[in-house]
Design a protein around this ligand. Structure first.
Ligand SMILES: C[S@@+](CC[C@H](N)C(=O)[O-])C[C@H]1O[C@@H](n2cnc3c(N)ncnc32)[C@H](O)[C@@H]1O
Length: 179
C-alpha cells in the first residue's frame, strides 16, 4: 500500500467519538503506529498492539526517533486474544487494520470485551475512494456489514460516517446487556 498521510479521517473519527483524553487501545497499530501517535500527541494514554514483532519493534523505534512526547506503549499481542482485563480501556480503536486480520468477527467481540461499559469502540477502514487511491481492494464493504451486525448487538448506539478515504463506525458499548 503506498503510504501518504491523511489525518482528516483520524480527526473525524475522534470528533464523532466525543473522546477527550483517556486510556485507549489501538488494535493492529502497524509499524507506522500512525493512529497511536496521532492520539498520543493529543494526550491520550495509548497502548498499541500488533501481532508482528517487526511492527512492534518499528513502532517503538519510531516513537524514539520522532521523540514522541505523549504516553505510548507498544505491545506484541494477537487481536484475537488481547492480554487485557474486561473493560480495561475507555476506548478501543482499529484504524485500517481489520481488513488485514483473519476472522475479524472474533476480534470485534474482543475489542468490545476490553472496552469498559459506556466506552467507545471505534472502527475505520477504507471506503471505495480509499481503496482506489491506495490501489488496494479488500472487501471492506462486506467487513462493514459484518461489523454492523456484531457491534449492533453490543452497542447502545452507533454513529456511521464517511470521510474522504474511509468509512467509520463509532460504537458506544452498552452498559447493561440483557442477559
Ligand atoms: C495496515 S496496518 C495498520 C495501520 C495502522 N493502524 C494505521 O493507523 O495506519 C495493519 C496491521 O495489522 C496487523 N495485524 C494483522 N493481524 C493481526 C492480529 N491478528 N493481531 C494484531 N495485529 C494484527 C498487521 O501486523 C499490521 O501491522
Amino acid at each position: 500500500m503506498p503510504r501518504f498521510e491523511d489525518t482528516t479521517g483520524r480527526e473525524a473519527l475522534l470528533k464523532a467519538s466525543g473522546l477527550k483524553t483517556d486510556r485507549i487501545l489501538d488494535v493492529g497499530m502497524g509499524g507506522c503506529a500512525c493512529m497511536s501517535f496521532f492520539l498520543a500527541r493529543l494526550g491520550f494514554a495509548v497502548t498499541g498492539v500488533d501481532r508482528s514483532p517487526h511492527a512492534v519493534h518499528v513502532a517503538r523505534q519510531n516513537a524514539r526517533t520522532k521523540r514522541l512526547k505523549g504516553p505510548f506503549v507498544a505491545r506484541l499481542a494477537n487481536a484475537h486474544n488481547l492480554p487485557f482485563e474486561d473493560g480495561a480501556f475507555y476506548a478501543v480503536i482499529s484504524f485500517r487494520s481489520l481488513h488485514h486480520i483473519d476472522a475479524p468477527r472474533s476480534v470485534i467481540r474482543e475489542m468490545f470485551r476490553v472496552c469498559r461499559p459506556g466506552g467507545m469502540v471505534l472502527i475505520a477502514d477504507l471506503n471505495a475512494v480509499g481503496r482506489k487511491i491506495y490501489k488496494h481492494e479488500p472487501d471492506c464493504d462486506g467487513l462493514l456489514r459484518m461489523i454492523k451486525r456484531v457491534a449492533g448487538r453490543l452497542s447502545a448506539y452507533m454513529t456511521f460516517e464517511n470521510t474522504r478515504l474511509d468509512w467509520f463506525l463509532a460504537c458506544c458499548k452498552i452498559i447493561d446487556p440483557i442477559q
